[in-house]
Design a protein around this ligand. Structure first.
Ligand code: F0G
Length: 462
């Protein structure tokens, strides 16, 4: 197996390659990000995606039960038996008439890919099973990440199940939703609250993991992104291998969008799909680095010839002006997305667009997902808010088939949900107003009622 898979620098002008037994989070030669690449000619690749259906009957094999490893043929970086699984990827693509109506998409054409159903409640488990598989391959005993909450919850869960690896997590002090913090603590992870934000935690975890030889599972880890490709494979599977017109995904550290681009590029190159869907990456307006880079600075992947000097100048100006991300969608409150260049590549491969939405738009969209679907955390609703915006602009046509990725479970961040719905002015002022939210138009207010049967009956009957 090992000779048919390798790590490769994404910069075609460098193109350095490394074995999969090496633990790398950047190209040692030029510092750019790495991909996992396969010599497909020497591997057994399915002739059609439909062929993958043969695994549906093998749910007694834990790896075939996994919504990630059932697609092992398309991410074969180690043998199937060696792959870590806790039952991730049992997700559903839900058709939502209510959300379609809200977003202005034709009924029947809007789908919600509900990743909150994963064991730790977010899409991160798709990547974490792959990263911990590689960590175990190289004999790691400790694994670390910086996180806005979901990566850390996922790593903590995998480590608690594996028992052979200790999780060390770095989080920005006061920057993480309670649902996520409670998971990391409960799963027994060593939890370091750094005085700073996600970007500070990210910079420190890189330094410390290098110094102490701890395995890093942030999305600079190319193995993690291999696992996340399968979110798109499950979307195709649910659509009986038909390609939708649009994939709409929230953008934070830009790992998901990068891995989706890679998934579609590979499927297309392998002749397994005949067209690539368009990708829309949605930032929160308060954390809009990609929007600025792509729409204002007009920086493109440009076949690998990205204007790095312009990117560096952009970040220098951001620092000089002291601009820091600030959004109620704390999961995507990120200034310096580590996968920026890979995401630019995905946007090129998928003829992509980038938009930003306000916290008001995010919370309104979130209330629709709650009322018409499984519910989600604020960051996830950026995909629905972004779809609505792109429909209003006419970029998405009303008859287009659109898949919105709901990245995290509703219970991850009850603070934002309760503040939106409860009608308590104090909570509104504390939680929502600082983020520029002015109305709760779709609030489902609880009714206060006396402890009395007649009063309760009157309240129910209006
Ligand atoms: N949605 C949720 C719920 C997330 O937790 C994240 C990222 C994203 C969207 C953005 O995804 O980084 O692939 O663009 N959360 C990371 C974390 C940063 O630490 O949990 P991305």
């Amino acid at each position: 197996m090992a000779e048919h898979v390798f790590q490769k620098c994404i910069d075609p002008n460098c193109g350095a390659a490394y074995g999969v037994e090496e633990v790398l989070t950047a190209c040692p030669k030029c510092g750019n990000l790495l991909d996992i690449r396969y010599d497909w000619d020497k591997l057994s690749v399915p002739k059609s995606l439909k062929e993958l259906e043969k695994y549906w009957t093998m749910r007694d094999v834990p790896q075939r039960f996994s919504g990630v490893w059932k697609f092992h043929d398309l991410l074969p970086f180690t043998e199937l038996e060696k792959c870590v699984t806790v039952g991730e990827g049992q997700t559903i693509l839900q058709n939502s008439a209510g959300v379609a109506k809200y977003a202005g998409v034709k009924e029947g054409n809007l789908f919600l890919q509900y990743e909150g159903m994963n064991p730790s409640g977010s899409f991160k488990d798709n990547g974490m099973c792959a990263a911990t598989t590689h960590a175990r391959m190289v004999g790691a005993t400790r694994a670390a990440c910086a996180s806005t909450g979901n990566t850390s919850a996922s790593l903590a869960l995998y480590c608690s199940c594996l028992q052979t690896m200790k999780a060390v997590i770095f989080i920005g002090d006061g920057k993480i939703a309670y649902g996520k913090l409670s998971q990391a603590l409960d799963y027994g992870a060593q939890t370091l609250q750094i005085h700073g934000d996600f970007d500070d935690a990210m910079a420190r975890v890189k330094e410390v993991s290098k110094k102490l030889g701890i395995y890093l599972v942030n999305s600079v880890n190319p193995f993690r992104l291999e696992g996340q490709k399968t979110i798109m494979l499950r979307v195709l599977e649910a659509l009986r291998w038909n390609v939708p017109d649009w994939i709409v995904v929230p953008g934070g550290n830009l790992g998901n969008s990068s891995s989706f681009g890679k998934a579609f590029h590979e499927l297309y190159e392998l002749g397994l799909i005949d067209r690539i869907p368009r990708l829309a990456v949605i930032n929160a307006a308060g954390a809009d680095t990609l929007t600025r880079v792509f729409n204002e600075e007009n920086i493109r992947w440009n076949g690998g010839n990205t204007d790095r000097a312009k990117i560096n100048a952009f970040f220098k100006q951001m620092n000089d002006e002291g601009r820091r991300a600030n959004t109620i969608a704390s999961a995507i409150e990120i200034n310096r997305p580590v996968n920026l260049e890979k995401c630019l590549r995905a946007l090129e491969w998928c003829d992509g667009v980038v938009r930003k939405v306000t916290d008001q738009q995010i919370l309104d969209a979130k209330s629709q997902v709650g009322a018409c679907g499984f519910g989600c955390e604020p960051a996830s609703a950026a995909s629905v808010a972004g779809t609505k915006l792109l429909r209003e602009e006419g970029v998405i046509a009303p008859s287009d088939r659109v898949v919105c990725i709901l990245t995290g479970h509703q219970l991850k961040d009850p603070t934002a949900t309760v503040a939106y719905h409860c009608g308590d002015p104090q909570k509104f002022d504390e939680v929502l107003r600082p983020h520029g939210v002015t109305t709760c138009d779709f609030a489902n207010n609880p009714v206060k009622v006396e402890n009395d049967v007649d009063d309760i009956v009157r309240a129910i009957q209006g």
